[in-house]
Design a protein around this ligand. Structure first.
Ligand SMILES: [Fe+2]
Length: 217
């Protein structure tokens, strides 16, 4: 089985945000591998730290090298880069981040917000966080909203974080260029946008009058 095209999600078995860590050192031009903080000294000047451990997405995707994994790491980092967040807010961003596009593959659809929200809610119920359902559902549901959401809300932070990565860094949403570059080097695209384009094309052929069902005004 080709794991790059047929991911096996471990959604029902996921129970906590703790788990294994991986070696995410960055290969640099001289052929040696450095921790990212050594490779990009500018980041230490700005005190911006790249989040390299999101055990939940690693638990969900298993050992698949699915491009979605790095998208989650990138967009969560772009959310964290927008301000100071307490532990609960970070946990909400991580949970929403892990599930926000997952329906594309779990339900094999480009109309992926409902199945993604459903997966997130199942996880929240299983981990006794039911009171986060409304906020995380809204974060996922509006993450492709064209208009701004409430300033400073996690919904708006999340919308911007995804936009930075979805636009390949064209929209920076106030995040430093060197941080975006470092995150993209730490977590390469790995075919993620190509996968999105494939799903979008397949959907559009079958639904020409509704090519982007996830866009919200
Ligand atoms: Fe996304």
């Amino acid at each position: 089985m080709d794991r790059r095209t047929t991911p096996r999600f471990n959604i029902d078995g996921v129970g906590s945000l703790r788990g294994k860590t991986g070696d995410r050192r960055q290969e640099t031009g001289d052929g040696r591998r450095y921790p990212v903080s050594f490779a990009y000294p500018l980041l230490s000047e700005t005190k911006m730290k790249i989040e390299t451990e999101i055990p939940l997405i690693d638990e969900i995707l298993g050992d698949s090298d699915h491009g979605y994994r790095n998208h989650v790491y990138r967009m969560v980092n772009f959310c964290f880069a927008q301000g100071e967040f307490d532990a609960e807010e970070k946990e909400k961003i991580v949970i929403a981040g892990c599930f926000h596009d997952l329906g594309i593959w779990s339900a094999d659809t480009w109309d992926y917000l409902p199945p993604s929200i459903d997966l997130a809610n199942r996880y929240l119920e299983r981990t006794s966080r039911e009171d986060w359902r409304d906020e995380i559902s809204t974060m996922i549901d509006l993450h492709h909203r064209i208009r701004r959401c409430e300033d400073g809300s996690l919904v708006e932070i999340f919308r911007r974080g995804d936009l930075v990565d979805f636009s390949l860094g064209l929209f920076k949403c106030g995040i430093r260029r060197d941080f975006i570059r470092a995150v993209k080097l730490e977590f390469p695209n790995a075919g993620f946008h190509r996968q999105l384009a494939t799903h979008a094309c397949r959907w559009t052929v079958r639904h020409p009058l509704n090519p982007v069902p996830v866009l919200k005004w």
